[in-house]
Design a protein around this ligand. Structure first.
Ligand code: BDP
Length: 683
């Protein structure tokens, strides 16, 4: 198994009784209507049934008086209509058939995938009755893919998009990409990097993008573009890209109209502006609102949106990067055009292994906020380390902002239910690439899967999603499923504990992989490692209470109170908010130093446990896939020790304490580790 088919495997079900049970309910497919989206649904159902049951199921224009089939129906009435939103579906047994209904054809498509999922995971369909509607409107992947075929922070090969071959040649893979996304309910894709090239807005590239849009459309997926804010100057030849300049405004209006001539159902723009050196409205003394609203005005005649990122942090040698986005954006609450959605990363810094939720989620009630998660494992061990990210997403979404009293979770901010906005968005920075198995590490497919499922329904649990994915992708043998499920569910905490335990963050430079907690030289203080951990002879951690940067003041009092007291701040966030003495006793009964050592050592050992679980599942796994992952886990174990040793030896210089028993002092010296890191970082 080369992993190409993802979770849409449709291998023949091995249990003949189950198979014949399903076959009795799937003797035909009846579908009235012939829209491209309905065709996708029908084709998928045929493909799935053919694979799972091993029989070809005929398609009819209507069920007539026949029973024992699957009927795809667009249009619902009565109670069914009240239960569904535009993209929702209902699957129900009626008049001897399984009815898959939706208000729209895309609802039927999602229902079809949901029905297939039932079969793939071995659920009975005899009395099937499923109703589901997505909680968030725009569920999208953000590709950080460049026109030259590379991917920023991509670890699974090159870009999926073969720009040099488009629009003439359509790689069949585009369709499989669309199928995979549609199976999860993902309905948007931003095809290019947020560090955008103006080239994407040329007629030549718009034709290529239009060709991709043509493949995505029958799967209910809209295409979006990241835009380079200075394009009026660099591409349009204007003197300025000032958003208040009439010529600039006209340029964007014309460009937006031109895009729609190529792609009539264009999704919209994604903008990274005045962030990490990218151009933006501030270059002209204007604001984020000026920039975003200008693009919104250009988009006015069309249904598309403008997604404006809040990932900003000016070079401020004395400031706290944690506070930057909040400081820049909250003054503009309520001033953005209704077409604008502000896209906020889950945490205040940058996709760290564990972050508290971004304070912006509790502070902009009059602005639709979208959330951005990162599926590509930039800070999570690339394609080698196993980190199942559903717990990362859930932890943030379930955090309570208290923005409108208790129960004001980030999820309710994002799904619009808290503040009543209708533009809602969840984005995941894609982890896909040209590797045959899409994600490099085969188990990282689970992160794409989990993101899509949670974007559809954030109430699904990490465990339930893991179960679905394992059953559909790896094995249905119950013992093996439970081994792999256990691995997935513990993997994130294991990684955190050797990489950034108890609220540490960012122990690297630009590569974001090799351990470099000692790193203290960079053009900006907030691009060093020491800026984040602040180790000294007294202790460790970043004081963000009132005695320090006071970033905690950006949260509501109820949140602040959970974190502001060093004696009862939950350990996952302790060093995020406090500079803690090495000798301080923590709630575990250990001192800070002993607790850190315990975590570094135990987590590195736990990678052995991951390896053992994987071996226990081996008899039920495909041998090629088994070997691939086994190799990655072995590397992970070696690197976990590398990270453990780097942290322990480095922090020991400050703490001046022995490694507590039963753990043993690392065999290498700090110099040894530094040397190995230098070699890793050699160009
Ligand atoms: C950081 C990445 C950088 C991205 C940036 C962003 O290191 O490559 O361009 O995020 O999200 O995490 O804009």
């Amino acid at each position: 198994d080369d992993g190409y088919r993802l979770w849409l495997k449709y291998d023949r079900l091995t249990d003949a009784t189950v198979r014949s049970g399903y076959a009795r309910s799937a003797q035909f497919i009846a579908v009235s209507g012939s829209s491209p989206v309905l065709k996708s649904a029908t084709n998928e159902l045929q493909l799935g049934l053919q694979g799972l049951l091993g029989t070809t199921v005929p398609t009819l224009p209507s069920a007539g008086t026949r029973q024992g089939g699957i009927v795809l129906t667009v249009g619902v009435s009565g109670a069914d209509a009240n239960e569904l939103n535009e993209e929702g579906y209902r699957i129900v047994k009626r008049q001897g058939n399984i009815l898959v209904m939706g208000k729209t054809d895309v609802g039927v498509l999602y229902g079809t995938f949901a029905l297939l999922r039932q079969l793939q995971t071995g659920q009975s369909v005899d009395a099937i009755n499923l109703v589901s509607s997505p909680k968030v409107k725009l569920r999208m992947l953000n590709h950080w893919d460049n026109p030259n075929g590379t991917i920023e922070r991509g670890y699974a090969g090159g870009s999926l998009w073969k720009w040099s071959e488009l629009p003439e040649t359509i790689d069949p893979r585009y369709k499989d990409y669309a199928r995979a996304n549609a199976s999860l309910g993902i309905n948007g894709t931003v095809v290019n990097n947020v560090n955008a090239s103006a080239r994407m807005l040329t007629g030549e590239y718009l034709q290529k993008v239009a060709a991709l849009a043509g493949v995505m459309r029958p799967y209910g997926i809209k295409v979006y573009l990241s835009v380079y804010f200075a394009a009026p100057k660099t591409l349009g030849g204007l003197k300025t890209s000032d958003p208040l300049d009439p010529e600039v405004r006209k340029w964007w209006t014309d460009k937006t109209a031109e895009i729609h001539r190529y792609i009539p159902d264009f999704g919209g723009f994604l903008v990274k502006a005045n962030s990490e050196g990218e151009p933006g409205p501030q270059d002209y003394g204007r604001t984020h609102v000026d920039g975003a609203n200008m693009l919104a005005a250009a988009m006015k005649p069309f249904p598309g949106v403008v997604i404006w990122r809040a990932f900003v942090y000016k070079a401020d040698p004395t400031g706290d990067r944690f506070k930057a986005a909040y400081e820049e954006f909250t003054p503009f609450d309520g001033q953005f055009d209704p077409k604008v959605i502000v896209q906020v990363k889950n945490g205040p810094i940058d996709f760290q292994p564990r972050e508290p939720f971004s304070p912006l989620f509790g502070a902009m009630p009059k602005t639709p906020l979208g959330i951005e998660f990162q599926l590509t494992q930039e800070y999570l061990g690339f394609a080698t380390h196993l980190v199942y990210e559903a717990p990362v997403f859930k932890e943030c979404l379930e955090s309570d902002t208290y923005a409108a009293g208790k129960g004001s979770t980030v999820a309710r901010v994002i799904d619009g239910s808290l503040h009543g906005y209708s533009q809602t968005l969840m984005a995941g920075v894609a982890n896909t690439g040209s590797d045959r198995n899409w994600t490099g590490n085969p188990l990282a497919q689970a992160n794409w899967y989990a993101f899509g499922r949670i974007a559809w329904d954030h109430t699904l649990t990490s465990a339930a999603i893991a179960d679905e994915w394992v059953n559909m992708t790896l094995t249905r043998q119950p013992q093996a499923v439970s081994h792999v499920r256990a691995m997935l569910l513990r993997s994130r905490d294991i990684y955190v504990d050797y990489n950034a335990p108890i609220g540490l963050s960012r122990p690297w430079t630009g590569v974001h992989f090799a351990p470099e907690p000692w790193q203290n030289k960079s053009p900006r203080p907030d691009w060093t490692a020491v800026y984040y951990h602040r180790a000294d002879s007294v202790g460790l951690g970043f004081d963000r209470t009132a005695t320090g940067s006071n970033a905690l003041a950006q949260y509501r009092p109820e949140v602040r109170r959970q974190w502001e007291n060093v004696d009862n701040c939950p350990l996952p966030y302790l060093l995020w908010f406090h500079h803690v003495p090495w000798t301080k006793q923590l709630s575990t009964g250990r001192t800070l130093w002993d607790e850190l050592c315990t975590r570094f050592y135990t987590s590195a050992d736990s990678v052995r446990w991951l390896q053992q679980e994987w071996t226990l599942a081996k008899p039920a796994l495909d041998p090629v896939l088994y070997t691939d992952v086994a190799g990655r886990l072995a590397t992970q174990h070696r690197e976990a020790i590398w990270w453990r040793d780097a942290w322990v030896l480095y922090l020991q210089e400050f703490a001046k304490k022995p490694v507590p028993k039963p753990f043993k002092q690392p065999e290498q010296t700090l110099d040894d580790v530094k040397k190995s890191v230098d070699i890793y970082l050699l160009r």
